[in-house]
Design a protein around this ligand. Sequence first.
Ligand SMILES: Cc1cc2nc3c(=O)[nH]c(=O)nc-3n(C[C@H](O)[C@H](O)[C@H](O)COP(=O)(O)O)c2cc1C
Length: 163
Amino acid sequence: MSEDVVSDILRRFPYGFYSVTSRNGDEVNAMVLTWISQASFEPRLIALALQRTSHTYALVKAGRVFAVNLFQRGDFDIIQPLTKSSEKAPDKLDEVEYSHAPETGCPVLEGAAAYLECEVLQIFETGGDHDIVLGKVVGGESFQPGEAGDTLTLPEIGWSYGG
Ligand SMILES: Cc1cc2nc3c(=O)[nH]c(=O)nc-3n(C[C@H](O)[C@H](O)[C@H](O)COP(=O)(O)O)c2cc1C
């Protein structure tokens, strides 16, 4: 236990580990992300906390669409190339295969267990380093059947994003 109890507690949230893909015109991108939640049953809404300085943020703000790619436990190696920023690895998407989601054109990553594609309803400026992006689910597909316990998580790979 460190002296920062709040940080320690925040690190105990058991987040999933996903790739969020985005598109604005012909430009596409993919990043890894953990801070994501369903935010309404009807309509089905998804909320992301998105770092304001990321390239994905600029694409989502301009293109108004994103997709969430889910992976099975044990499939971390598929998204490992996407853990770098566009600034450090501008060609990171060349390292993975992908198709385009039918409604939004966002990348659907080869090897994903499932994906959801969303249209942006609103971006809430929090005043912090991440803003909240609220998206309405407009499509999705499951390639491998599974339950929550089958999905790749941060605790599984021993990484942390929080505190
Ligand atoms: C384990 C892990 C979890 C992350 N979770 C988030 C997250 O929830 N939200 C976010 O905006 N960035 C998150 N990031 C940081 C982004 O992946 C990082 O800003 C990325 O380089 C942005 O890529 P881009 O500039 O190509 O969009 C996470 C990074 C790692 C390694």
